[in-house]
Design a protein around this ligand. Sequence first.
Ligand code: PEP
Ligand code: MG
Length: 575
Amino acid sequence: MKIIQKGNAVSKGIGIGKAYLYKQYTPRIVESKIDNDLVAQELLNYQKTKFQAETEIQSIQSFLAQKNDEKAKIFQAHLDILNDIAIAEEVEDKVKNDLYTYEYAVHLAYEMFIEMLSEVDDALIKERVADLKDVKNRLLRIASGVAEANLSRLTEPSIVIAQDLYPSDTATLDRTYVQAIVTEIGGVTSHTAIIAKSYEIPAVLGIDQILDEIKHGEFVIVDAISNKIIISPDEVTLNTYLKKQQDFIAKREVTKQYLSQKPVTKDKVKVEVSINIGSANKEELDFEQYVDGVGLFRSEFLYMEETEMPSEEKQFEIYKKALSKFGEKPVILRTLDIGGDKELSYLEMPKEENPFLGNRAIRLCFDHMDLFKTQLRAALRASVFGNLWLMFPMVGSMDDVYNIKKVIEDVKKELELKKQAFNPNFKTGVMIEIPSIIMVADHVAKEVDFASIGTNDLCQYLSAVDRMNPMVSKYYQSYSPSMFRMMKLAIDAFNHEHKPISVCGELGGDLVAAPVLLGLGMRKLSMSKTSVPAIKKVIINHEMKQFEAVSKHILTLKTEAEVINYVKSQLNLED
Ligand code: PEP
Ligand code: MG
């Protein structure tokens, strides 16, 4: 038995199962040649590799088809590429005539087609580039003898151990078998953390070199309550943890009784509780009955799950579905927030030294006006079906605010010209996640209809700590007095203008921070749906006056530890 005590327990719970080491494959391209007499053997090896690739793709295809998953179609395109005669001839030619190994020939041939298609000015053809890259990678992986890793096809309860998970991994992971997630990188507010929380999958992230510590198939317990990974536990430990797991689930079930209650404090102050969503799936939308709206629709997830840019029509249908379901309740749709740790396979993004300080979110949209306007058109057209609040991420200055308003005006004019309907009463707001925007919050509050604080990024930019880097995670102090003082400035500015302000970063659903934010004058909180019962419970069981008294004192404290201890002691919060 071995115990590792490190990392961040970002999604609470206990997971027990066999380790599934998930390593994404990155091909190593080496130019290499063969002797003339090995050509026939090399071509045979190429055929065998192709055959195995075909078997793998067909098996994914039939698995997805059984689940009626439309992603099955993507894999048909992969089969077509694999069996494309022109590509195959190119590979064979490079083996026969240039005496390259078939791996290197595959690399050259596929790259030639990738380059050719990238130059064609046709969106549909460009989309095939991502498929070509995928098939090329599959062939090279098989050639180097690495087994396929696929989180959508687990066959037993598993603990997924990875360096990090990409959105495409989390989008397809089989939730019935994933008992816990452990990664080497990623902090409390990383994409993986947010997904793990919303699926109620226990997760400990940010354990350096965990992939070297655990063997594939080893039995593991993940204690995502006190940050412990137990490898090959003895019987006594296993039994203790089976009991702890049962207790945890039972306690969570009890708290769930608060789900359907109205979030009103004992002294009758009403709080709005909304949810953060990443899709318009039934599971997310069915939550409408328990909440006051969608406080954050992370629209980038729609883009990340695709292998091609989602069309205006496709987006329109998705936004329409969410807006129709929520009716009069606001749906805050955040425009594409890509960059930083989020990439799109089909969008060329130059490598940057500091991507979190780079061309991300609204900045990237300003640079890709077509993409930006397509999304805005889809959203505005969907606005007739509900209560649309459009929100823009990473706004740093009044210049950004003015630019956004200009683009919106252009899009409105375009729609009017085309006689396409939209609801002119939709609201326009900004995310408050860069300190510079808080320093001019009085101006911003006059110019926009609402704001929402993105505490995940605010903390990263306020304290100069990369939110993904485990080496500096101890400096990422979400509960620091500076965070609360900073947020107070924004809350005061918007309350002064009588404009709504909410919080949709992780602190909005956090048991320590949410009461303080309410005490500072915030009346709207948005969170992952799994946090709703516990947050409603804390609201219902306290008076707003208590929250106000706690917040007042917090502003006088000096360290994060003092803040946490004080809030917990005053409000009797359980761990
Ligand atoms: C935030 O930064 O707090 C936020 C809600 O946005 P994201 O986590 O998606 O960057
Ligand atoms: Mg953010």
